[in-house]
Design a protein. Structure first.
Length: 463
């Protein structure tokens, strides 16, 4: 999707310094919206904050910026000795949803779909199958670009590990994984708009006091209640992540805010969201099992070889047989109602070979190159050839259904019957029977996982 960013997470200095009266952020009706969102598949125009008085936002951000300047002019702070540890901080209880702004709730709901995949992700990276992740296994999960659409650097890895492994046993429990991935998801996907402006005012300066942090968090929370205890917790997290009273950088402040931003009680995922997720995960699994792509990646196994053999039969052996039959058997010599039947079979064979080459080209280009023009050319070519193949299929189906083997020859008739009726019937069974069954299986699996996460996710905070 176009909203997937292939670069680093933008920081305060290059993304947050926006004028407070930017028309892209606040509409004429006063509805404050985010200038953009890095959430995959979410429209940036819809993924914004709710109705908030713009003048109040400007007023609060002005207080934050004034305080930022006052702190810079203040007395030099002390050293960083006595810095708290993340493990020593008592994690806040999860915020009830009524205390959270619309943007936070939207992001929390979108993370529900990511949480549903946590079991398969843990199984994928949990090499010793003990349902705990060693630090190297957790690092592999964080570096899985296909899951987060953002690369993680060394500093970010260290901060996330500090937030995850609270008991410092080098093993990360399932509830710790959920919490740490939720923080990382917020770090990558928090909306830019007023959240970005507030983060820009808080970053690369002296660490703001709790009262100033609360003002900024009220802006991020769209004027929903924020307790001073929450601001103090964010401040302690920033100190534990390496900030000092003298300075907090953009990474540290963003990570500290992320620890609060999605720390919201989990609600059950709706049926519509589960259906969408089931369809998306099914398509993703089918794409990952594409035998051509697996061969290009060097993943050879029995199933891959078998599927590639099927590809060769359908797109090479059968078309070659059609071409041979069309050139050696002439239905014009038979008392056949459709004298052009042999020619139609031969032409269908040629088009099928070209279609198979197009499928191979598109699949290989998607795996081997990121050049959009190459993929676009392959996709358009395959679409054109597919339309031509459908036209010949309709013509062939009409011809084969209006004749019989005694008048047009047994081989031509049976071959045409297989090409124009048999193979399409098998494809229809797969599309209209097998695929819906896979959808249902994925739906009920996700629903079961969602129920498990309702307990595990909401119990991840200590009482």
């Amino acid at each position: 999707p176009a909203s997937k960013s292939h670069g680093r997470v933008p920081l305060a200095e290059d993304m947050y310094q926006q004028d407070s009266d930017d028309p892209n952020i606040v509409t004429e009706s006063g509805r404050s919206r985010s200038a953009g969102s890095r959430e995959p598949g979410v429209d940036a125009e819809r993924d914004g904050e709710g109705v908030v008085d713009h003048s109040l936002i400007v007023q609060r951000l002005g207080k934050v910026r004034e305080s930022r300047q006052e702190v810079r002019r203040g007395d030099p702070p002390g050293d960083a000795s006595g810095r708290p540890s993340v493990g020593d901080l008592e994690r806040l209880p999860q915020a009830p949803q009524w205390k959270c702004g619309e943007a936070r709730l939207k992001l929390r709901q979108s993370y529900n779909r990511k949480e549903i995949d946590v079991a398969s992700l843990m199984r994928k990276f949990d090499t010793n199958n003990d349902w705990k992740l060693e630090q190297d296994e957790f690092l592999s999960l964080l570096q899985d670009y296909n899951s987060w659409y953002s690369h993680i650097n060394k500093d970010e890895v260290e901060m996330v590990l500090q937030l995850a492994d609270l008991d410092h046993d080098d093993c990360i429990e399932p509830n710790e994984v959920l919490y740490a991935l939720r923080v990382w998801y917020a770090y990558v996907n928090m909306p830019r708009g007023t959240v970005g402006q507030a983060l820009g005012a808080l970053s690369d300066c002296a660490l703001p006091p709790p009262e100033v942090l609360k003002e900024a968090m009220l802006v991020m929370n769209e004027e929903h209640p924020v307790d001073l205890e929450e601001a103090e917790y964010v401040r302690h997290i920033a100190l534990a992540l390496g900030a000092t009273e003298q300075k907090v950088n953009a990474h540290q402040m963003r990570m500290a805010i992320s620890a609060w931003y999605l720390h919201i009680e989990r609600k059950e995922t709706g049926h519509g969201e589960l259906v969408k997720h089931a369809i998306g995960s099914t398509h993703e699994r089918l794409c990952l099992q594409n035998p051509i792509q697996k061969c290009v990646r060097g993943e050879w196994d029995v199933v891959t070889l078998w599927l590639n053999g099927m590809f060769a039969v359908v797109w090479m052996l059968v078309p070659l047989l059609c071409i041979w039959a069309g050139s050696h058997i002439n239905t014009e010599e038979y008392p056949c109602e459709r004298p052009m039947l042999s020619m139609m079979i031969g032409v269908t064979g040629y088009v099928a070979i070209i279609h198979g080459a197009g499928v191979f080209w598109l699949t290989a280009s998607w795996e081997c190159t990121a050049v959009k023009k190459c993929r676009l050319a392959a996709g358009i070519s395959l679409l054109v050839v597919s339309l031509i193949l459908v036209i010949f299929w309709v013509m062939g189906l009409w011809q084969i259904s209006t004749t019989n083997p005694s008048r047009c020859g047994f081989m031509i008739y049976e071959l045409g019957h297989f090409v124009w009726i048999g193979l399409p019937a098998l494809c229809s069974v797969f599309l209209f029977c097998c695929i819906p069954c896979i959808y249902c299986h994925e739906y009920f699996k996700h629903k079961s996982t969602d129920h498990e996460l309702m307990g595990l996710g909401n119990d991840s905070s200590p009482e």
